[in-house]
Ligand binder design. Sequence first.
Ligand SMILES: Cc1cc2nc3c(=O)[nH]c(=O)nc-3n(C[C@H](O)[C@H](O)[C@H](O)COP(=O)(O)OP(=O)(O)OC[C@H]3O[C@@H](n4cnc5c(N)ncnc54)[C@H](O)[C@@H]3O)c2cc1C
Ligand code: SF4
Length: 500
Amino acid sequence: MYDTIIIGSGFGGSMAAHQLVNAGKKVLLIERGGWVARGPENWTMQGSLELTPNYDKSTPLKVIKGGHKKVMGLYSCVGGPSLFYGGVSFRFREQDFAEGENSWPINYGDLEPFYTKAEQLLSISGEAGIDPTEPFRSRPFPQGPPPLALISQKIKSAAQQIGMNPFQLPLAINYEDKSRNVCESCTTCDTFACAVGAKNDLATMILPKLLEQGMELKTDTVVRQLKAENGKISEVLCFDKKTGKELVFRGKHIVLSAGSLGSPHLLLASGFDKLNPGGKVVGRYLMRHVNAIIFGIFPGVADKEGRFHKQLAILDYYFGHPNAKLKGKLGSLQQVPTPPMGLVQNEVPGPLGKLLSQGVRLLTGLLAIAEDEPQFSNSLTIDPKQKDRYGLPQPVISHAYSKRDLAALKELVKPAKKVLSKAGALTHYVHNIRTFSHAVGTVRMGDDPKTSALDSNCQFRGVDNLFVLDGSFMPTSAAVNPSLTIAANALRVGEVIAGI
Ligand SMILES: Cc1cc2nc3c(=O)[nH]c(=O)nc-3n(C[C@H](O)[C@H](O)[C@H](O)COP(=O)(O)OP(=O)(O)OC[C@H]3O[C@@H](n4cnc5c(N)ncnc54)[C@H](O)[C@@H]3O)c2cc1C
Ligand code: SF4
């Protein structure tokens, strides 16, 4: 019998494990993927998105509305998508927690110590004191910001000339610790695993230490059902992909951290919506941000140095702006680098993709992230008639943006174009992103059991020993990247579970 069984080794699972293992608990971590091999192949086109062996389609997600593809898979590996992510590690802003009827049951002050701890554990580099929306912090960033690439300097200066306050993105990348590989500023970072281990992902920074401390890890093991008796999970049923055998595990507490698509899928597959007083909300309120990349098309090669330049953020429009027609919160702008040629062909299929990939060296851009409203109709549901090879029912995703979501994005595109033009772009190309890489909100927490499945400690109402600790807990999505908030919340609740 384990003290705690954790399902999924992404941000939620790894950070909960950190707290529990350090409190002396006997922890089993179950992960459906394996370790990601490191080597030069990480930086080839076969190292990114659907082409890597770590992109798993063995539980195909059917997207009936709002996707960029009709069938999706997910990154599945030890450390989850953190190995492939962009490393942008933002804190939500104080006001993000107070959103009228969708307000969080906790506030920024409750999370602040855990944001600080997450930043320390992931050794985040960043620049404080410039962004007008910056929330209070009790400790400085563990690493200072790295030098800017020439193209980043150009964009920074352009933004400053039009009255904005650009600052350096908080990044989970190693620049200062010379006892391990430091960043080589390559151009294949976001969507690729780091070949030299300089990205501060969970498989580099968190999990190896926990294994040394005695945590058990079952890789390549798919949890396919949770069984409850008398209001508690009695068994976790799994399928071992290596041996093809069924496995059963038992624990006092179960932490479900299979991600914002994986966790509601497993809850619905196990019939747990029927045990929860607000059960009809399980899988609902799916959010993913409204994202678009605004590419500037420059008269020559945009990034002449050929180096990493996902470095700047502009949050002057975050809570609205006098120049914007739409009032209220708008969102963030973040620099995105010139995309690798193969990535463009992968993401923009057809002749447009081919054409763009030829001219890709002329591009660099800004990513606009607007907050999307939580809507009951945006969902992950299941089709029990279709089963995958593990016996899990077919997950079905349906998502549509509200008019306001789309209007907020439109407002953000305008200042992005202005900055890029000022930096020398001749014209622009806007690429809308319709992936679910920022999916959150599907098993939301709240004070009202009718509209939320989790209480303020992310305990699943109706199943006493079950906690859901991943991006699905969020009542709203804010308008910055989610991983640091998922990590901070898992550290917060991990401490609570350790004390029970
Ligand atoms: C390409 C890309 C770039 C990104 N860049 C950024 C960024 O720069 N900044 C940022 O903040 N966010 C970024 N994100 C989003 C970020 O990665 C996610 O928000 C975050 O990983 C979600 O954490 P989580 O704990 O909810 O779940 P995840 O990290 O998704 O972890 C879930 C884990 O559960 C495992 N699992 C799922 N189902 C089962 C099962 N049935 N049995 C066993 N294991 C299971 C999965 O394999 C996975 O390891 C990016 C995402 C992608 C895909
Ligand atoms: S930019 Fe740095 S952290 Fe990112 S993949 Fe390249 S070397 Fe690794």
